[in-house]
Design a protein around this ligand. Structure first.
Ligand code: URA
Length: 285
């Protein structure tokens, strides 16, 4: 499902930032992040883009490599790993692999451009998402859309939005570790099919789903993780962790930190694209 542009014409960036309570602080920090190298952000080595090898990130000291997770015994992850988008859609819609299926109205796979450079991953559908079949359509989704717009992105345009779990946890509770693990093969397959240049994890559940239990969200922010690229060959996709929009709605002071994270993500994306362009330019015709 592709999201629509907001009605009423585009807002200016200043209006957007004001609307989400991030002005003028956000603008100042954006300038800093854009004009100066971001501390702790690794250089991105020349790497190719689809259909070639994806981006690789260098400077191992600044990058946390993720150990490949042990393959579960069942054939289900293997099956999911070979699915097309269509098969994935059907499989998720019919999934009964955990108890979350019992109270959902529908499973919510994701929304957006399936060849997007940007992949944002949230926690799981809430009531509105469960009803509409699309991630982030409630209040947190409105803030996410504003955050995307603040870095010149728009839902559905070079952006894909997914969740750690595809079915609504009852009463919008946090998904349990076992539920996240059961749904993880779907998330991994989405990443393999999309081949994003960059992944942004929104909140702890998303971080848990992709990085494992590595600590508090505060301890994960400001680092760049390296998700093993589905094509192998040692290449990786950079991963940035930030606060979940629902948390930001409750904790206004942390919006400034989220803005720092987004600016860092944008700097990483620009570096990845520049490296890919350089590689493409230097490869023999
Ligand atoms: N929160 C999430 O993490 N995902 C959604 O889709 C909606 C709210």
């Amino acid at each position: 499902m592709i999201a629509r542009k907001p009605a009423g014409g585009p807002l200016t960036r200043a209006q957007l930032l004001r609307e989400i309570g991030l002005s003028p602080q956000w603008q100042l920090r954006e300038q800093r992040a854009v004009t100066l190298p971001t501390p702790g952000v690794p250089a991105i080595t020349p790497a190719e883009r689809r259909p070639e090898a994806p981006n690789a990130i260098a400077t191992p000291a600044a990058v946390t490599e993720l150990a490949p997770t042990a393959a579960p015994a069942s054939a289900r992850p293997q099956d999911i790993a070979g699915m097309s988008w269509e098969q994935l859609q059907h499989s998720v819609a019919a999934c009964r692999a955990c108890a979350l299926c019992q109270q959902r109205r529908q499973a919510v796979l994701g929304v957006g451009d399936i060849a997007a450079d940007w992949l944002f991953i949230g926690e799981g559908p809430g009531a509105e998402e469960d009803a509409r079949g699309e991630p982030f359509v409630g209040p947190a989704g409105k803030l996410l859309d504003a955050m995307l717009a603040a870095i010149d992105l728009q839902r559905g345009e070079d952006v894909y939005i997914a969740n750690a779990v595809k079915c609504r946890p009852p009463n919008n509770r946090t998904p349990e570790a076992a539920e996240i693990a059961t749904c993880a093969p779907y998330l991994r397959r989405q990443i393999a099919l999309i081949q994003p240049r960059l992944i942004v994890l929104l909140g702890r559940a998303a971080a848990h789903a992709l990085l494992g239990e590595l600590g508090s969200l505060a301890s994960l922010r400001g680092k760049t993780f390296a998700y093993p690229a589905p094509q192998g060959g040692g290449s990786t996709i950079p991963v940035v962790v930030t606060y979940h929009p629902a948390y930001l709605l409750r904790t206004l002071p942390d919006k400034a930190k989220a803005w720092e994270d987004l600016c860092r993500a944008r700097a990483l994306m620009r570096a990845a694209k520049a490296a890919a362009a350089q590689t493409a330019g230097s490869s023999p015709a």
